[in-house]
Design a protein around this ligand. Structure first.
Ligand code: PMP
Length: 296
């Protein structure tokens, strides 16, 4: 079925949702984006996603031509016009149309589009059995070059890591920072369980401040599971009892093998399963309603 896309103030048919070849989002990856999820018509952590989008844009001196509140309404409206309940939403803001030089000053109006569609990242079976992942040679962008907190349209670093993972038979690529500490995977944060404590690399190591990451840390707090954010090495990963990844698209997925080493029992662990249940519950409650409530 053809989708309805929000593009620069209008809702248009998918076939008409076209942007210029002079758009700097395309020519230079100059722009920002968010991947957001709607569960049963409730948009999960909408405010946090939109805030992150505006923070990324601010870091690039890219002025999004609408307020955060208006952007949230555009996202909700895109879900509504497509009559979706469970959706994966992509909100994108580019620098807009310029000339062939890279000067962003020449781009007068940012391009804004929002797509609401579906996504299935991994088959259901892998949520039960767990992933096999592989460390890649490509390192995470360092804050001195392209700050990894900026969720920009330039994802080549992660794409190169994904290519490496594909080439080595890994379902995901484990990325280290330039100092050799574990950071995250190509589009997901990583968690370990060691002696009952939930561990995840700190944001300062180069990890994206994932919204699912934040939700899982809240879930752990709710369940009384202690959490810490220390620097982690591959040795810590290999010797953890449990490992899983988090991301808006992947949600929470167990990892059972890393670089040929079995993690814990080689099966998704009890804390992972418990957290996943709580996470699912969180996606069903709260959220920004795309449709008027019929419950109250
Ligand atoms: N790390 C990277 C590099 C990502 O692209 C993503 C997906 N946006 C994540 C982590 C997970 O973040 P979130 O839970 O906000 O989707």
């Amino acid at each position: 079925m053809s989708l309805i896309i929000y593009l620069d103030g209008n809702f248009v048919e998918e076939k008409d949702a076209k942007i210029s070849v002079f758009d700097h989002g395309l020519l230079y990856g100059d722009g920002v984006f968010e991947g957001i999820r709607s569960y049963g018509g409730k948009i999960f952590r909408m405010e946090e996603h939109i805030q992150r989008l505006y923070r990324s844009a601010h870091a690039l001196m890219l002025d999004i031509p609408m307020s955060q509140k208006e952007m949230m309404e555009v996202v909700a409206e895109t879900v509504r016009v497509n009559s979706l309940q469970d959706a994966y939403i992509r909100a994108v803001v580019t620098r807009g149309i310029g000339d062939l030089g890279l000067d962003p000053m020449k781009c007068k109006t940012p391009t804004v589009f929002v797509i609401a569609s579906k996504i299935t990242l991994y088959p259901e079976e892998l949520y039960e059995k767990g992933l096999t992942i592989q460390t890649v040679a490509t390192r995470r962008n360092s804050p001195e070059s392209l700050n990894p907190s900026i969720k920009s349209l330039n994802y080549l670093n992660n794409i190169l890591a994904k290519i490496e993972a594909n080439n080595t038979g890994g379902m995901e690529g484990l990325i280290l920072n330039s100092e050799g500490y574990v950071v995250e995977c190509t589009a997901d944060n990583i968690f370990l369980v060691n002696e009952g404590t939930l561990l995840t690399p700190p944001i300062s190591s180069g990890a994206l401040e994932g919204i699912t990451r934040g939700a899982v840390l809240e879930a752990a707090e709710f369940l009384g599971i202690p959490c810490a954010e220390p620097l982690l090495t591959r040795y810590n990963v290999y010797n953890a009892q449990e490992c899983f990844l988090t991301g808006t698209a992947a949600e929470m997925i167990p990892v059972v093998k890393v670089d040929g080493r079995s993690i814990g029992s080689g099966e998704p662990g009890p804390i992972t399963i418990q957290l996943r249940e709580r996470f699912k519950e969180m996606t069903r409650t709260g959220g920004y309603r795309a449709y008027p409530s019929t419950e109250e």
